[in-house]
Design a protein around this ligand. Structure first.
Ligand code: NAD
Length: 497
């Protein structure tokens, strides 16, 4: 705990305060939230659990900043670009602190967090590049030569973000970088389990001196303050990442407020992978296991439903078993660690319950794992079931833990595609083969937001990410995400007047 204690003892912000309207302020609530280290289940911080008054303060600050402040009304796109570039540099300069803090609060292996910080910094630079490239269209007069028509794109307004716990700083960047680049102002709520790097981010944003007051605000807490954000009448857009159940609740709520508002919801997944007969079995086994177990399986696009062709099934299973058992589970701050613990007791209990369901209700065969690990915190062994029916609960429901279901062997890709059409989710999929006909069939027919061919989990700032069906709607990353924070206004000018 010594390295960990050191980052906690030199936090450059007071975790008991919230960042609202350009300053660190006391929450008006008396409630607090415990923040844990999932490796040990020890409490590492106590933060405020904001109430409706805090939320109202934050939304009004963002509203005033949007309508009356300089961010939208005086800054040029180039000034917003430079502010975002300065923020990227500030994150880069403090990245070691942020990495330690993120690893401590999430239990993520430090090597994974380093990659996430690379991505976070890159995202701010990437979206900074769009800030001075907001473009409308001129539409040549169609019916009356005297009427000039053109569009201008304007920022959506105040955006309320509600984040999941699984990639705290990285998903913050997915959301906040394009929204700020577009000229929106933001109220951000992290997952209740993982507030600390969001607070660190607010500290850095403030320190750059380039973001006027009210442009970025943080509220902390869970359902109560999240629901209040969704319900607030001065919010123009909600960007939500989380479970299907909460996402549906958010959609229902945004339809019931006085003004309807645009919403994007990034929800869960049960992503299939397909191993064809010509696949390189050694390479593929490792890709599949990391595709499923990355972030201890708490990954919306985790490869959790694996189809293996009958002709290679028996050869492939020992390789999957070996790859799962080779994963290094150690203290997250150890550079060799490859998989960390679950985030909290609720998630730990949920995953153990699904392992029970796999064994007892689905009657699936256990290839490896199935037990708690390391004897502390929220650790569970990488777990693989095989010969699982494609309709079994462990094959169809999102577990959000290190549990892979290898389905019963298949004979034809057409049969797989037909069954996957009924998958409740459509976030991601993978196929392992060198046959172009199979790749083309799979990528054309499957309704999934991201399809990996002979790799898994790679995501880039410039490629949009999002789902079909219950995986949600809206896109993050790429130009599409930036465009989601802009709305076109049509201007019609009678030049004969
Ligand atoms: P969750 O739905 O429990 O919580 C998500 C967020 O919503 C939290 O900040 C929570 O406090 C807040 N919340 C809860 N009730 C609310 C309400 N009534 N109104 C407003 N906000 C409310 O999800 P989680 O356990 O934090 O995250 C795991 C889920 O997130 C998984 O299903 C995962 O697949 C999904 N996820 C999706 C993506 C994606 O891009 N598609 C990325 C990461 C995670």
């Amino acid at each position: 705990m010594s390295g960990n204690a050191s980052i906690l003892s030199r936090l450059p912000f007071d975790e008991k305060l919230i960042y609202v309207d350009g300053e660190w302020t006391m929450s008006q609530a008396s409630q607090t939230c415990r923040v844990e280290n999932p490796d040990t289940a020890e409490t590492i911080a106590t933060v405020p659990e904001c109430n409706a008054q805090d939320l109202d303060h934050a939304v009004k600050a963002a509203y005033t900043a949007f309508h009356d402040g300089p961010w939208v009304n005086e800054y040029s796109g180039a000034q917003r670009r430079d502010a975002l570039l300065a923020l990227a540099t500030a994150i880069e300069e403090s990245r070691q602190d942020i990495e330690e803090l993120e690893s401590l609060n999430t239990g993520k292996p430090i090597s994974d967090v380093r990659v996430e910080l690379d991505d976070t910094i890159d995202l701010f630079r990437f979206f900074a590049g769009y800030a001075d490239k907001v473009e409308g269209r001129h539409i040549a007069a169609q019916t009356n030569r005297n009427l000039e028509g053109y569009t201008v794109k304007v920022p959506v307004g105040v955006v309320g973000f509600i984040n999941a716990f699984n990639y705290p700083i990285c998903l913050l960047a997915w959301k906040v970088a394009p929204a700020l680049a577009a000229g929106c102002t933001v109220v951000f709520k992290p997952g209740p389990q993982t507030p600390l790097t969001t607070q660190y981010f607010a500290h850095l944003l403030h320190k750059t001196g380039k973001f006027p007051r009210g442009v970025f605000n943080v509220v902390l807490g869970g359902v109560g303050v999240g629901q209040a954000l969704v319900d607030h009448d001065l919010v123009d857009k909600i960007g939500f990442t989380g479970s299907v159940a909460t996402g549906k609740q958010v959609i229902r709520s945004t339809a019931s407020t006085r003004n309807v508002r645009c919403t994007s919801v990034e929800l869960g997944g049960k992503s299939p992978g397909v191993v064809m007969p010509d696949a390189d079995l050694d390479k593929t086994a490792k890709l599949v296991v990391s595709g499923c177990m990355a972030n201890a399986g708490m990954n919306c696009n985790a490869l959790t439903r694996l189809w293996v062709h009958r002709s290679i099934y028996d050869e492939f299973m020992p390789r999957i078993k070996a790859a799962a058992e080779a994963l290094v589970l150690r203290t997250p701050q150890d550079g060799a660690t490859e998989m960390g613990p679950l985030i909290d007791k609720r998630q730990y209990d949920r995953v153990l319950e699904y392992i029970r369901i796999g064994r007892e209700e689905d009657k699936a065969a256990l290839l490896t794992g199935g037990q708690p690990a390391l004897g502390r915190g929220y650790w569970i062994q990488p777990t693989v079931f095989f010969n699982v029916s494609p309709t079994a609960r462990i094959a169809t429901e999102e577990i959000f833990g290190p549990v892979l279901s290898v389905l019963e062997p298949f004979d034809s890709l057409d049969e797989v595609i037909e069954i996957e059409r009924k998958n409740e989710f459509g976030l991601a999929a993978g196929i392992f083969t060198r046959r172009h006909q199979d790749i083309a069939k799979f990528t054309r027919k499957l309704r999934s937001g991201t399809i990996w061919v002979n790799n898994y989990n790679a995501l880039y700032s410039y490629l949009p990410f999002g789902g079909f069906r219950n995986s949600g709607f809206g896109r993050e990353l790429g130009y599409e995400s930036f465009d989601g924070y802009l709305v076109p206004k049509s201007i019609i000018d009678d030049i004969s007047y």
